[in-house]
Design a protein around this ligand. Structure first.
Ligand code: ZN
Length: 274
C-alpha cells in the first residue's frame, strides 16, 4: 500500500487528513516493526555467542554426531560449512535437550534476559515459549516476499516472510527450517535447507514410523514434543539422499570456504571439550 501524504485524505475513508487520522498509528507500528526486526537480529547473534559457553562443551560434543549422524563429530567439527554450522547451532540452542531436561535457550533466558532491552526481552520470551522445532515444510505457493508452506506431517499452513524469495526451491519441494515470529510475521530463524522433489522419497513413512515408536515411550507426547525429539531425522534423511544421489555431502564440495567467526566458535568448543 502506498502511504498517503500528510495532508492527503486518509486511506480509511474517514474524510480526515492522513496526519490527523491513521498516520500516528502507522508510524508507531512501523517503529515497532523496526525494533522487533533489530531485536531478532541481535538475538540470533547473541544466541550463537551464548552457545559457546563452557557449560555446553560436553553437550556440544554429544549433540554434533546425533544431529549429523556421525558425519561431523567433535573431531572434524571445523569442517562444517558456515550454513551447516548455523543450522546446527540453531538446532542446538532451540531443540537440543540437556541432561537436566532444559534447552540451551532456556539457560540463555535465565542468565541473560535481565540484561536485554525491553523489545529484545519480548522477542526472547515469545521465541522461548512459542517457537516450534526445526521441521519440514512443503512449499505450496510463493507470493512476492512470502513463501506459503504446509507442515510436512500435519498439513498446517504457514506464510513465511522471505525477502530472498524461494531460491532454488520449487513448488512441492520440502524446506527444512525453523519458523520464528518477528513482529507480525514468520521468518526463518537461520539458513534453511531443502529437499529436491526426487529426494523426498520415503520421508513421510519414516516420520510416521518414528511417531508411532515415540508414542510407545512418550504416550502423552504432543506433536511439538515429537518434532523436537526427532527433527534430526530430517537431516539424516537429507544426508542419506545425498549419498544415494551420488553427490558428496555439502561440506566436501568446497574445502576452502573459510568462515572465521564460525571456525572460532568450533575451535573454542573443541578446546573446552578437551
Ligand atoms: Zn484513517
Amino acid at each position: 500500500m502506498n502511504k498517503p501524504g500528510r495532508n492527503d485524505p486518509c486511506y480509511c475513508g474517514s474524510g480526515q487528513k492522513y496526519k490527523k487520522c491513521h498516520m500516528p498509528l502507522d508510524q508507531q507500528k512501523e517503529k515497532e516493526r523496526r525494533d522487533w526486526t533489530a531485536a531478532a537480529e541481535f538475538l540470533r547473534r547473541d544466541l550463537l555467542k551464548f552457545a559457546r559457553d563452557e557449560r555446553f562443551a560436553t553437550a556440544f560434543a554429544q549433540a554434533l554426531p546425533l544431529y549429523w549422524n556421525e558425519l561431523y563429530t567433535i573431531e572434524n567439527a571445523e569442517e562444517m560449512s558456515q550454513d551447516e554450522a548455523l543450522r546446527f547451532f540453531d538446532w542446538f540452542m532451540f531443540d537440543y535437550t540437556l541432561e537436566d531436561g532444559t534447552r540451551p535457550l532456556d539457560a540463555y533466558q535465565t542468565d541473560r534476559r535481565e540484561d536485554l532491552a525491553t523489545t529484545q526481552q519480548a522477542v526472547l520470551d515469545k521465541w522461548a515459549a512459542e517457537v516450534s522445532a526445526a521441521w519440514a515444510y512443503t512449499l505450496t505457493d510463493y507470493d512476492a516476499e512470502q513463501l506459503v508452506v504446509n507442515d510436512f506431517m500435519t498439513g498446517e499452513t504457514f506464510a513465511i516472510q522471505e525477502p530472498g524469495g524461494r531460491g532454488l526451491v520449487e513448488i512441492g519441494e520440502v524446506i527444512l527450517a525453523r519458523l520464528v515470529p518477528v513482529y507480525d510475521h514468520l521468518e526463518f530463524s537461520t539458513t534453511a535447507a531443502y529437499l529436491p522433489a526426487k529426494e523426498i522419497t520415503d520421508l513421510a513413512a519414516k516420520l510416521a514410523e518414528a511417531r508411532q515408536t515415540d508414542a510407545q515411550t512418550h504416550p502423552e507426547a504432543i506433536q511439538s514434543d515429537f518434532m523436537r525429539r526427532h527433527n534430526h531425522l530430517l537431516i539424516h534423511h537429507a544426508l542419506e539422499q545425498a549419498k544415494i544421489q551420488g553427490r558428496p555431502p555439502v561440506a566436501c564440495l568446497d574445502p576452502n570456504r573459510p568462515d572465521k567467526a564460525m571456525q572460532k566458535v568450533v575451535h573454542t568448543m573443541k578446546k573446552r571439550f578437551k
